[in-house]
Write a protein that binds this ligand. Structure first.
Ligand code: SF4
Ligand code: SF4
Length: 121
């Protein structure tokens, strides 16, 4: 289930992110990995949290769990820490707390379209 919208501007240092998690709610094939992301994540985490296309264009994406990223740890109700935070892909790093994409995600309850133009494909 997508989350409900949340109001207000978050702490720019990201201190509200674990209680928010809205930008980590999105459809499948949203968080794409670059080669540098794959190197940083390493084989074990790649196997656990990502899928690689079985046919061209041979892209790798973080797995989804329903309407959210499969990397999101939802073991504690109301908390949304990233299981791979230190090695998360560039696609995730460009959504900074307080940025337009962040504010859109909070308003929608999930990641919106405004992030697309910034992503490297
Ligand atoms: S939507 Fe913004 S405040 Fe919420 S988790 Fe993402 S970056 Fe953090
Ligand atoms: S990898 Fe982590 S930061 Fe990126 S969308 Fe998934 S849970 Fe969020």
């Amino acid at each position: 289930m997508p989350l409900t919208p949340v109001s207000g501007t978050p702490d720019p240092d990201g201190n509200d992110c674990v209680a928010c998690g809205r930008c980590c709610h999105h459809g499948p094939r949203t968080v794409h990995l670059l080669e540098s992301d794959e190197g940083r994540m390493g084989k074990r985490l790649l196997a656990l949290y990502t899928d690689f296309d079985a046919k061209p264009p041979w892209m790798r994406f973080v797995k989804n769990e329903g309407s959210r990223c499969g990397g999101l740890d939802v073991s504690v109700e109301g908390r949304y820490p990233c299981s791979v935070y230190d090695v998360r892909p560039e696609d995730c790093r460009i959504v900074e707390a307080g940025s337009p994409a962040c504010l859109e995600a909070r308003a929608l309850g999930h990641l919106g379209d405004s992030i697309a133009y910034k992503r490297v494909r």
